[in-house]
Design a protein around this ligand. Structure first.
Ligand code: HEM
Length: 214
């Protein structure tokens, strides 16, 4: 368990470090009873757990999808290997084409209307952002994987208030991973006999995706 060895102090010593953890420990908020206070230990630890889960599993899946898609499109992989300026666009297209977090959930906090449908307060909604990434009204020939695609914005990191906090880091990790793999193995094929999809409630990708380097 991540929290096992982590003990938070009631009043952490002041130090001149400005990172997310320090911000969490030092933040003051007015809670829903009107009291100004710091986050409780449980609240900080819950957020740390969220970060650890949100930041690890998703990027691992992104790298798996990159291996699969560029394994299936050797011509595009060779183009990217020869011209690394294509790496960011390739990662963006992998993100669009195979959303590793393809479903989000919401509960309406007030009555709303969407596409002519009225929804009362308290309605549970499932948002299919992975499907929106293949919407033909927004992406021409949406089911085609194309590292040259000009993507203004996809839905893989969500949208609006809860837009992914780690999107920039995730993109960077994907780009570095692809660049480094291409340095070592510009050619590969997926070994489908050894591949296994991961089964989790909300994240989609590969538990194992062995490849044979060319
Ligand atoms: C390919 C990698 C990633 C994908 C596909 C992804 C996807 C998403 C999506 C779809 C959401 C919105 C959830 C919603 O609307 O309910 C989200 C939120 C979030 N993500 Fe990511 N994420 C990735 C990487 C990361 C990384 C690396 C971090 C942190 C190190 C991170 C931290 C978070 C956090 C904290 C939120 C909640 C933001 C909020 O509710 O305000 N994610 N992510």
């Amino acid at each position: 368990m991540l929290t096992a060895g982590l003990i938070l102090m009631e009043d952490p010593p002041a130090h001149d470090v400005h990172d997310l953890m320090t911000e969490l420990l030092e933040a003051e908020l007015v809670d829903d009873t009107g009291v100004t206070r710091r986050l409780s230990n449980d609240e900080v630890l819950t957020y740390v757990m969220l970060l650890a889960g949100a930041g690890n599993e998703t990027t691992t899946r992104l790298i798996g999808w990159t291996g699969k898609l560029l394994g299936e499109h050797p011509d595009q992989r060779r183009e990217v290997a020869a011209d690394r300026s294509l790496v960011p666009g390739a990662i963006e297209e992998v993100l669009r084409y195979e959303a590793s977090s393809p479903v989000q959930a919401r509960v309406t906090s007030r009555p709303v209307e969407h596409h002519g449908q009225s929804l009362p307060e308290g309605t549970i909604m499932v948002l299919l952002n992975g499907s929106a990434n293949r919407d033909e009204r927004h992406f021409v020939d949406a089911d085609r994987f194309d590292v040259h695609r000009d993507i203004d914005h996809h839905q893989s990191f969500g949208y609006g208030l809860h837009f992914c906090l780690g999107a920039a880091l995730a993109r960077l990790e994907g780009r570095v991973a692809l660049d480094e793999v291409l340095n070592r193995f510009p050619d590969w094929e997926v070994d489908w006999d050894g591949a296994k999809q991961a089964h989790t409630p909300n994240v989609r990708g590969w538990e194992r995706l062995p490849v044979v380097a060319g």
